[in-house]
Design a protein around this ligand. Structure first.
Ligand code: DSN
Length: 434
């Protein structure tokens, strides 16, 4: 049986009907239950969210929006989508929400298609500096159909804001390129985003401000990060990271004209039938986010991240920008040992039951499949009720495994086994949500 109780209950029936898939799901449930999840973009949903996804709502086509569908039989779907929208607006204190995007990338696609014509220019942070695939990579729709210009970080080691956004340089880039949209919000940036500063620059250069808060959305809702409202014209996010909902996207705004354009860009512009079972699960997760205990969760996510960054620093790892203000850190492994790579660290740590992802650091000389860094985040371990003292333990495990990996295969094999057992013993004390 999987150790994950929610998955266990679902599997009872599935095991009779399709044992092959049931066994694989059980194995994944066990993996999640017995390992430490440090991927900054992942989390563990509640039983209520998980159950809402596995319902009869998946059977229904509901193209359109509440009260204006292209199919009959949508009465309950209208009510569910309306609740999801209302809760989304309540979470972010804004007026309009589109809860239909299937993912964050599709939310970004719809937002860009709503406000720009093909060939238009937008400004963003490039992926290798912490941005996102859908913020202008050439191989993505955003780089193929629009023209990205990128603003920099401070790359000068002597600068007090080293590796943080260079707001003055960003202003210059925007004044020169006159982008139609200015994007902020990142996948691997450990510091506070000053949305008011972005808005001032957007206004100065005549751009709309779009904030992709996929990573920090839950921190915003918990009151632990500045809000993008009232500064951003459009806010996009995923719903499965710090928001702790089902995999999906969400677009928010305060302007009725913009909201109408976004609705059209999502459907019929980018998508067909909405995933109503996922929208129901979004509504359930948003309901959870609106409870007082979510504020406590957000506070603890940040406390844990700061504790993990400090514990790693004490072991001679360098977190970019010198630490973190949010849920994630980008660890430059070269400070610990010049031969350490992100690819090796990811693999070695996974062997010891600690799951992370290799990640380029700003100005990384190594290619994306190798990298000099790993990205670590605390949303999932905090859901599991790990606290600051556990972060110190995790940092010690990370160092033991990486030191053993550098020492060679034999040392790695025995240390990995020891750490894996210690990790599993700790995980057993902190079961996944039930
Ligand atoms: N792929 C996500 C992440 O890991 O940050 C961003 O969408």
């Amino acid at each position: 049986m999987a150790h994950d109780p929610i998955t266990n209950s679902i599997l009872t029936l599935l095991r009779q009907r399709d044992p092959q898939i049931a066994d694989l799901i059980a194995a994944e449930g066990k993996r999640q239950a017995t390992t430490i999840e440090l991927i900054a973009s992942e989390n563990h949903v509640s039983a209520a969210v998980m159950h809402a996804m596995g319902t009869c709502l998946t059977n229904k086509y509901a193209e359109g929006y509440p009260g204006a569908r292209y199919y009959g039989g949508c009465v309950h779907h209208d009510a569910i989508e309306t609740i999801a929208r209302e809760r989304a607006c309540a979470m972010f204190n804004c007026k309009f929400a589109n809860v239909q995007p299937h993912s964050g990338a599709q939310a970004n696609q719809a937002a860009m298609m709503a406000m720009m014509e093909p060939g238009d220019t937008f400004a963003s942070l490039v992926l290798k500096d912490g941005g996102h695939l859908s913020h202008g990579m050439k191989i993505n729709f955003s780089g193929r159909f629009f023209k990205p210009v990128h603003y920099p970080l401070h790359y000068d080691k002597a600068h007090p804001e080293f590796e943080r956004i260079d707001y003055d340089a960003m202003r210059k880039v925007c004044l020169e390129a006159r982008p139609k949209m200015l994007l902020c919000g990142y996948s691997a940036y450990p510091r506070i985003i000053d949305f008011a500063k972005f808005r001032a620059i957007a206004d100065e250069c005549g751009a709309l401000l779009m904030a992709d808060v996929a990573h920090i959305a839950g921190l915003i809702v918990a009151g632990q990060h500045l809000s993008p409202f009232p500064h951003a014209h459009i806010v996009t996010t995923t719903t499965h990271k710090t928001l702790r909902g089902p995999r999906g996207g969400l677009i928010l705004s305060n302007d009725e004209e913009i909201a109408k354009k976004i609705d059209k860009a999502v459907f019929p512009g980018a998508q067909g039938g909405p995933l109503m079972h996922i929208i129901a699960a979004k509504a359930v997760a948003f309901g959870e986010c609106l409870r007082p205990e979510f504020k406590t969760y957000g506070e603890q996510v940040i406390r844990n991240a700061k504790a993990l960054a400090a514990a790693l620093a004490s072991r001679h790892y360098r977190c970019t920008t010198g630490g973190t203000d949010n849920h994630l850190m980008l660890v430059d492994l070269r400070a610990r040992d010049a031969n350490l790579t992100g690819a090796d660290a990811e693999k070695w740590l996974e062997g010891a039951g600690i799951v992370s992802n290799k990640n380029g650091i700003p100005d990384d000389p190594r290619p994306p499949r190798v990298t000099s860094g790993i990205r670590l985040g605390t949303p999932a371990v905090t859901t599991r009720n790990f606290r600051e003292d556990h972060m110190a333990t995790i940092a010690a495990w990370i160092d033991r495994v990486l030191a053993a990996g550098l020492a060679g295969e034999t040392a790695l094999a025995s240390e990995s086994e020891r750490v894996r057992n210690e990790v599993a013993a700790l995980c057993a004390q902190f079961p996944l949500p039930a």
